[in-house]
Design a binder for this molecule. Sequence first.
Ligand SMILES: Nc1ncnc2c1ncn2[C@@H]1O[C@H](COP(=O)(O)OP(=O)(O)OP(=O)(O)O)[C@@H](O)[C@H]1O
Length: 611
Amino acid sequence: MSPDKVFVRLRPTEAVQAVKKAKNCVVIEDECEFEATGVLDNASQDETFKAVGRPLVEATLRGISSTLLAYGGIGSGKTYSLFGGKVNHERGIIPRALEMIVQKMGSAQIQVSAYEVRSTDHIVDLLTPGPIDLVTCTVGGQLRDISSYPLKDGQSVRDIMKLIETNRTINSHQMTSITILQHDEAAGETIKSQLLFVDLASAGRNSVVSRQLSLLEHVVVTLGCKRGTRVPYRECRLTHTLQASLSSETNTALLCTLQPDKKLLSEALATIRFASRASKMPISREVRDRAPDPFLKVAELNKEIETLKRELSVQSLLTRGKSTMGIEPLNANQIAEAQRQVEEYLAGGQYPDVISNRQLCAVFTAFKQVLAKVSEEMKPKGAPTPVEDTKGNKSAKTSAKGNSGKQKNDADDKPETPTPKSAKRGDKGKNDKKEALDKRASASKVAPQTESTLSDEIEKDAGADEHPEPPEKQVSYKMFREGEGRVVVRLLRDAEVQAINLEKVSQEQAEIYNDRIKIRNELKRKVRNTPDEVLPDGRPVITEDKLADILKLKSLKQELTDAEKKFHVSKAKAEYCRDQARKIAERVVIEFAEWEKRTFGLESKTPAQEA
Ligand SMILES: Nc1ncnc2c1ncn2[C@@H]1O[C@H](COP(=O)(O)OP(=O)(O)OP(=O)(O)O)[C@@H](O)[C@H]1O
């Protein structure tokens, strides 16, 4: 039952009133207030049906099982509201609901059954009088061999109402159940829904009825506590038969009837207390979950896409671009790697290592560039190409490098841009080591897909057997970090920052969780040690303070579940990030060792050695 489905109906009176209506509130002795979905004061039977009964009928016709409980003191108007008075316009909610269903569901299969739970705890059929057995099944108590009456037209409505009227007894709880079977053509399935009306006997008529109602109140309070708590349905037959109808899958409403007379104040207070407790029952999850918020769903999916994109880029880097999946274009390092493999293949090496489409494109581009370079070299010397016209000296140097006979002269012609090889041959030689190192570092910095990149690579390979002196480890790492390794090093830094942040969040979540557990244990102890109150009629009831504590426990339970979930999620995220950071660190070590080997001819070390 949700807080928005509790109605209060005041029976008309001539006497001095202790209870009055103010908007949607019930004001008791001008002080205490109870806010209801609707307060019906001087309302006709038709108005009462429209406010309370019709929404439940509509929900049932939509396939959502619904229940209406009528609760109140002696002579307060429960039976009058549900079944009605003697004349036609005083028809109550049940006959009006049956009429509406007949009118709206002409072809559907509709069955009505009625029974009562007596103060002796026996169950009796009201359409074919006789005792009924209650058996336990998965959804609660199930009535065995109960009779049912098909609902076809106005006449069947009158027949059913008459049978119930004739057979029911006072001091009993009467249930009228309408089962509707509809065929959903689109889904190709049959939908079954039930509408149940419960006319509860009045508290205070006898002690057994009082006990049954007290147990029902206990069930209602427990339902409002937390999911998973054992609800004491089986304590009596009244609650056992109502189990399925009070479950979270049912749309439940409550009609509290009361007499506002001053001398009946204690009865009115008991009714209001029940209404207030029932209003704390949560709205059924299943009913609420039927329509998930589409905007929240889209936002959630977008967030997931972003996370997956980030993970893909890290994976792609870790596998050195060998990932078959990927959405981003290859980065400079990956393009350079494809170029290197093409050159290796042309020099008699292995086929380029191609897995993804993106790598295939990079390999073809590299072939195209080699081809362009070769055709360039085939041209007669001195014949300027459009590229040479625009690029001047640089392209002239490129074409000269292809000609090994001229290599020495050309190198000597350009002393201002010495390579390690030319520096050795020229005047500067080994003296200008720093300049040579800078040249190497900048050559490895970016690898754009241009002719000059390829030629630089070839030049590098040609001089691979002669390397400059390696500097201090720190200096060479700085060169690597600022050049070729800058992407992978930046990724490592980001991953570490993210891992540290997530570890901090995880720690905070653990503290919140532990805190909640402590508060819950204290509250549980308090609830256990607080005794129940005994009403003048002998009914034991939970005190208001205890109820408040039980409700607090309920919300704490939810908080605990949330905190635990958040802690596990943040912990898993932190561990995942830490693992990614570790893998990237290993990749940094490998790439740095390879770079050192290529740049200074040093033997590469294993990651374990480096670590
Ligand atoms: N809202 C109302 N308007 C007019 N008459 C009412 C109203 N409510 C109750 N009555 C009258 O009060 C009398 C008692 O009501 P009813 O039988 O419905 O009480 P009850 O709550 O079912 O009590 P119990 O469980 O003790 O039988 C009825 O005869 C009915 O005519």
